[in-house]
Design a protein around this ligand. Structure first.
Ligand code: PLP
Length: 485
């Protein structure tokens, strides 16, 4: 396998890979691309300290984690407690280093501990951490995002969940309507109204009142105004709008779903959604919390709306725009955003919204996220995807690799995945075996088959080669677990 070289002078420093030309690091991040793991990645030092911490955590925190998927429930085993991270590498409390393919679930576009981001954050911290008054970095970050995204105004919040929750409230307040349309398998955070049939394959031509809460604690009254449709299904969208169009406040969709694995919108699907909403006086809310500044420099919109000539009415952002800190946002048309308090009547607020440290991290990250970074992510992604496809094919494991821009995921099914029902046809035991075989060889994949694999600009030759070296044995493990064609 040939790994593209983005700049001369960077070759793999891992034994046995002298014949492989590898990507160099991007920009100033060169300084963090070659940390020295304290142990061999191919021979983990054990998990005693992680296991001990997990036991302590479980005694005081439900499931031992502060966000469910971190618990390894889908793959079994002991979650690794990470002590530090640099560039493309995580080091756990037992001293084992892993190539990171989680990337904090999306934010770490530049890799961990980027020196410029760290320096900017350190300076911001030295000036104090939160004032509860307007600050310079939040204005600059707002200007940066408004100049890059097809929005005219923006409001900062602290999480993607807050962003989608606020966008929906604003859509309802602006239109004076109540119904919200979403797609099965799209995740928009743990907003009550959006936890309707999320993660369920039961999507139908929904009737108001028929969308069932996905979790105890969400009353039926919170989801009875939510319509859940199958993703990529124009007929279902047309039927829902024909029936309920004059009551629909907004349709919210992941700009390209990444929370059931990466399921790209069919060509023209987002344009169709925007046009359908406009025709019925509803707002089109494009959730770019995951894809924003990740799928491309302009997010998923840069791959479709910018080319096709349409704009969402509202957008939501998070992850990359926070540079690893709790920052998120929603924004959109000036007339819609003007309905927001204190300019308009729709109330929304936050003690830490636009926090100066978080907005400094986000601003520095976005300024460093040049076209060169995205070109690099494409190149390195192509190498990893080709390596995964080759290894899985050689082992006879049914698989499908899907991408949108620089985002991709590997499905453990031989069929193309266009919706949540398709994603659910994966061989989950095969993924669990694959995951653990990769982990044993020093690669930390997301502990769920329904997630994107996140690369960063710091995934250099050595990190990529470590992934490539691990893939064949992991594919064999998946085959043994039942994933053979
Ligand atoms: C598309 C999308 N929207 C919203 C959210 C919620 O963001 P947060 O976890 O910051 O609340 C996520 C989180 O993964 C997401 O992927």
């Amino acid at each position: 396998m040939i790994v593209p070289r983005s700049r001369p002078g960077h070759t793999s420093n891992r034994p046995g890979s002298a014949d492989v030309q590898c990507l160099g690091p991007v920009g100033e991040n060169a300084a963090v691309t070659s940390p020295e793991p304290t142990t061999q990645t191919a021979a983990p030092a054990g998990t005693q300290r992680s296991a001990h911490l997990f036991a302590r955590a479980r005694a005081v925190t439900p499931g031992g984690v502060n966000s469910p998927v971190r618990a390894f429930d889908a793959v079994g085993g002991t979650p690794r407690f990470i002590a530090s991270a640099r560039g493309a590498w995580l080091t756990d409390v037992d001293g084992t280093a892993y190539v990171d393919l989680i990337g904090s679930w999306g934010p770490m576009l530049l890799g961990h501990a980027h020196p410029e981001v760290q320096a900017a954050v350190a300076e911001a911290v030295a000036r104090g951490t939160s004032y509860g008054t307007p600050t310079v970095p939040e204005v600059e970050l707002a200007e940066e995002i408004v100049s890059r995204a097809p929005i005219e105004a923006i409001r900062f919040v602290s999480s993607g969940t807050e962003a989608t929750m606020s966008a929906i409230r604003l859509a309802r307040g602006f239109t004076g309507r109540d119904l919200v349309v979403k797609f099965a398998g799209c995740y928009h955070g743990h907003v009550d109204a959006l936890l309707a049939s999320a993660g369920s394959g039961l999507a139908t031509f929904a009737e108001p009142g028929n969308a069932s809460p996905s979790t105890p604690g969400v009353p039926a009254s919170a989801t009875e105004l939510t319509l859940v449709l199958p993703y990529n299904d124009r007929t279902a969208v047309e039927a829902a709008f024909a029936e309920h169009g004059d009551r629909i406040a907004c349709l919210i969709t992941e700009a390209a779903p990444g929370n059931m694995g990466v399921v790209p919108p069919a060509p023209g699907f987002n344009a169709f959604l925007a046009e359908t909403c406009a025709r019925h006086g509803a707002l089109f809310v494009s959730d770019e919390v995951m894809t924003g500044f990740r799928a491309s420099r302009l997010g998923q919109w840069g791959l479709d709306g910018a080319v096709e000539g349409w704009r969402p009415d509202l957008m939501t952002f998070g992850k990359v725009m926070g540079g690893g800190f709790p920052a998120a946002a929603f924004g959109g048309r000036a007339d819609v955003m003007a309905a927001l308090s204190p300019q308009g009547p729709v109330y929304q607020a936050g003690t830490l919204s636009g926090n100066p440290v978080a907005t400094t991290a986000g601003l520095t990250t976005l300024r460093l996220a040049t076209e060169e970074v995205y070109t690099y992510l494409h190149q390195v992604g192509d190498v990893v995807k080709a390596g995964a496809a080759e290894a899985l094919a050689a082992a006879g494991v049914p698989h499908t690799i899907q991408s949108t821009g620089t985002m991709f995921s590997v499905f453990f099914t031989g069929e193309a995945v266009t919706d949540f029902a398709g994603a659910q046809r994966q061989d989950l035991p095969a993924y669990a075996a694959f995951f653990h075989a990769m982990l044993d060889r020093g690669i930390h994949l997301p502990p769920s088959a329904y997630e994107a694999w996140f690369l960063s600009a710091a995934h250099d030759d050595r990190a990529v080669q470590t992934i490539l070296d691990a893939l064949p044995a992991a594919a064999e493990a998946a085959a043994r677990a039942g994933g053979k064609a």
